[in-house]
Design a protein around this ligand. Structure first.
Ligand SMILES: Nc1ncnc2c1ncn2[C@@H]1O[C@H](COP(=O)(O)OP(=O)(O)OP(=O)(O)O)[C@@H](O)[C@H]1O
Length: 609
């Protein structure tokens, strides 16, 4: 990397979404409770099976070393009498049965925890996705798409492990640990206490090590999340990148992030590897104490050989749960950070709320009125200042004005993507805040400049306007707006698959598709954000004809960029810095010789230049 480039890379801190940086906060019990609430639907059917299997599995595991002690002390090496092979076989048979029960219980437990875990993840993902679908534009204004994506994917995945095996393992390990401690202390208090002397030491060392390991992995995840964000942006903006020949710069920046991620991973992995030896050394010290002190106790006839062997067996089962509990704690903290971010989204209230009991907007005529509207996206920066505007049913209103003058904002308010700070928007005399969003938006359609084409067939995309439309209705709509011709020429006609955003279609074709979609929806009020890109004359003519069909008999609001297309509008509204400056039809405004006249002249000069 050249010096200049590396300088540029280190200076920039892009793709850092503060709310996605993994945060470690004090343990939040309320949050954990909320998370566990998702288990509630399964507590009657699946949970009892899992708990029974868990108890069975742990009990059999704890019983086996006890049987070994009995087998040695009573069958192989009895204090009194001779060894008994019959007794030995009996103990062996019981042990075999216990192993089989343990295997069966574990298999069932794993199967049911997986089922429960997956259902919980499904429910959580469903809740999150359906909530995000309902959130208002304001929410998306504040967040890059990548950051929303990360929550539905990465953060939910982080909870997957917790629910599929984490919780049950945690409970099993706790029960197993307590069981072993109780059995050892009851069987022989002295020896039990002696072998557990290393536990506090191990606890202190492992806690501090775990913390460092956790932070190191958090660092890796943050770096990966930045890579994801960069990747998302790079793919979305690939055309601009290539057009401005920024590929090299982009690759260098990506390499830089990739390298930083690799270093973070090496660091975390190296730290992780120190944990195993710590556990092994501590358990080796524990075993050493067991045999040293145990043989002393055998010599003094305090314990039998069987007890020593049994203790060794229990101790073998002791360190694993301790190790896992440490890991589990880290996993729990990561899951808490993820759940915090998930619930933050789920708790987000739509900024255009519906009334408690909203009415349905009855079939409208299409009379639209903006009454003393004031609106601001950000406090203190008004985008619209005291707008009063009226469209009679069936009238066409053209909105013109310089870029940033507030044209799109007016239509955003009419669709109720945002609510005004002051004033109201009325349709047929009804405040649109009092009616359901569904009944409003099903009668007010919008055709955006940048038409979104979803992945699927052409037919599916037109049908998006009204999902219950028949194939025939879809084709009739396409014919009415002159889209049929080009669709028929596509490889599979109406069944041709188009990629997301319709990259394979031209701008004009996309416009015609969106007209067909709007015509199918058959709204009373139609909003049209006219495409700015220049289209060839033939397509332009087709679009103009299609527009006539589309607008016929409807109240329409047209954001016009090519002023030639709005000459025949019933009313032209000229906006400037969020204020209505002029209002009238084309002839009136030309005679007035104001802003509109100036815009027409400027466009004429531009076109003839
Ligand atoms: N989501 C947003 N958040 C903050 N400010 C916004 C947002 N959208 C628009 N604005 C601001 O509001 C003002 C009006 O914007 P608007 O999009 O309505 O203009 P416009 O007339 O439609 O412009 P154009 O012709 O360029 O599309 C502008 O100053 C713009 O920067």
């Amino acid at each position: 990397m050249s010096q200049q480039q590396s300088k540029a890379s280190s200076k920039r801190e892009r793709f850092v979404y503060e709310d996605d940086e993994v945060i470690e906060k004090p343990f939040n019990w309320a949050q954990l409770g909320r998370l566990f609430h998702y288990m509630k639907p399964y507590r009657k059917q699946l949970l009892p099976i899992i708990i029974t299997m868990m108890i069975l599995g742990t009990a059999t595991r704890l019983a086996i070393p006890a049987l070994i002690i009995l087998a040695i002390d009573e069958a192989i090496w009895p204090k009194e009498g001779s060894p008994s092979m019959t007794l030995l076989y009996t103990y062996a048979a019981i042990m075999l049965a216990l192993y089989i029960i343990q295997w069966g219980a574990n298999t069932l437990r794993i199967r049911y925890t997986n089922i429960i875990g997956q259902r919980i993840i499904y429910d959580l993902r469903h809740d999150l996705f359906s909530h995000i679908q309902k959130l208002s534009f304001r929410f998306f204004d504040k967040r890059p798409a990548g950051s929303v994506l990360v929550r539905v994917t990465n953060d939910i995945n982080a909870l997957q492990d917790l629910f599929t095996n984490g919780v049950v393992n945690l409970m099993m390990d706790c029960v197993q640990l307590v069981g072993i401690v109780v059995i050892l202390l009851l069987w022989n208090f002295q020896l039990g206490a002696a072998v557990m002397i290393t536990v506090p030491l191990m606890f202190i060392v492992s806690t501090s090590l775990r913390k460092r390991i956790r932070f190191a992995w958090q660092d890796v995840r943050t770096k990966q999340s930045r890579i994801n964000a960069h990747l998302n942006e790079s793919i979305q903006g690939i055309k601009v990148t290539q057009a401005y020949v920024q590929e090299k710069n982009n690759i260098h920046y990506f390499d830089h992030m990739n390298k930083v991620n690799m270093k973070a991973w090496h660091k975390a992995s190296a730290l992780n590897q120190t944990f195993g030896p710590v556990i092994e050394i501590t358990s080796a010290i524990g075993t050493l104490i067991l045999f040293w002190y145990g043989s002393h106790l055998i010599q003094t006839s305090v314990i039998t050989v069987g007890v020593l062997v049994g203790f060794a067996n229990y101790i073998g089962n002791f360190w694993d749960p301790i190790n896992r509990l440490g890991q589990m704690y880290s996993q729990l903290l990561i899951a808490m950070a993820s759940s915090e971010r998930i619930f933050e989204f789920i708790d987000e209230k739509p900024s255009v709320p519906e009334l408690q009991e909203p009415k349905r907007l009855k079939e409208i005529e299409g009379h639209v009125k903006f009454e003393n509207i004031v609106f601001e996206y950000e406090a203190g920066r008004p985008a619209l200042k005291n707008i009063n505007l009226e469209a009679q049913a069936g009238q066409s209103i053209a909105l013109v004005g310089h870029t940033g003058s507030g044209k799109s904002t007016i239509i955003n308010l009419l669709c109720r993507f945002y609510d005004p700070v002051q004033g109201r928007v009325l349709i047929d005399g009804q405040d649109i805040r009092d009616v359901t969003l569904e009944s409003l938006r099903s009668q007010v359609s919008i055709v955006l400049q940048d038409t979104f084409i979803f992945s699927g067939s052409i037919r599916d995309n037109i049908r998006y306007g009204r999902l219950d439309a028949t194939d025939e209705e879809v084709e009739l709509a396409a014919q009415a707006v002159n889209a049929h011709e080009f669709i028929k020429l596509l490889p599979d006609g109406y069944d041709t698959q188009v990629e997301e955003r319709g990259n394979v279609l031209s701008m004009g074709e996309r416009q015609l598709l969106s007209f067909a979609r709007a015509l199918l929806a058959d709204p009373r009020v139609l909003i049209l954000d006219e495409a700015t890109a220049s289209i060839d004359t033939e397509t332009e003519l087709k679009i103009q004809e299609a527009l006539k069909t589309l607008l016929f008999g409807r109240t329409s609001f047209i954001i016009a960029h090519r002023l030639s297309t709005i000459r025949h509008a019933d009313k032209i509204v000229v906006l400037d810095h969020g204020v209505v400056m002029e209002e009238g039809n084309h002839d009136e405004l030309i005679r007035h010789k104001g802003i509109y006249h100036g815009l027409i002249e400027a466009q004429y000069r531009f076109l003839s230049a």
